[in-house]
Structure formats: C-alpha cells, structure tokens
Design a protein around this ligand. Sequence first.
Ligand code: ZN
Length: 147
Amino acid sequence: MTAIDYDGLGRWGFKWQGHDHGTHVPMVDGYWTPWHEAATAITALRGEVAAAEKLREQWHSLSALDAHARIAAEAERDTLRAELADRDARLAEAVEAVKFLMEMSEPPERNCSCHSSPPCGWCTEYAGITEAHEYAASFLAKQEPSQ
Ligand SMILES: [Zn+2]
C-alpha cells in the first residue's frame, strides 16, 4: 500500500506559445492537475480504501476467532481440571485400598528352605502374597511425591 503523494500531483498551467496556441506545462504556481494524474490518484486512493476495508474485516474476523478460541480453551481447561480432580480422588481411594489390603494380608517374615526341599512350605504358602506386597509397596512409593 502506497500513500498518495499529493505534492506529486503537480501544479500545471497553460503556457501560451504565440497568441493563438499553447500547451499545458508544469508550473510552480500552476493551479490544476491533468485529469490522468488525478484519475491515477483517485484509483490509488480507492485501492487503499479497499485494502483498509479488507484489513478491518480481517481484524474483526481475527478478534472474533480469538474470542471463540479463548472461550473454547477455558472450557477445555475447566474440563481437564475436573477430570484431573476426579482422577486424583480415585487414585487417593486406590492408594487407601492398597494400604488397607496390605495391612490385612501381611505375610509372615520370609522363611524359605527351598535349598533342602524345593518348593518349601513357606514359598508354597506365602511367595505369591509376598510378591504382591512388594508390588503394592513399589506402587505406594511412587504415589508419595504427589500426595
Ligand atoms: Zn522357599
């Protein structure tokens, strides 16, 4: 987009050449602009007005889009927060359930004698629950930092 150079339109006047004819020439103190220069200036101005209109429309579209995007983002954020809070609550409940289960099913201390008669009575009876406790303890240890 170019600004109109009003000074560039020029001042023109009529210069007599002889007593019955003359020609139009640029004059410092001229008072009119040749029609083709004026027409070019008008066309350029109309182009600038059209471009400005288009920019204004684009700006309005962008503003509307921005507002919609902000509303959508806020709704998404609220949904995610609610989901996260729900998940945190369920995780906390799961942690409590695991702790309770561990308290209620504590296996006796390891007393393996597989070296003499595999599998030994302790392993047959408690190896499974002991492994489950180790797994549960590892799960609980991972939950601690975020609790
Ligand atoms: Zn054993």
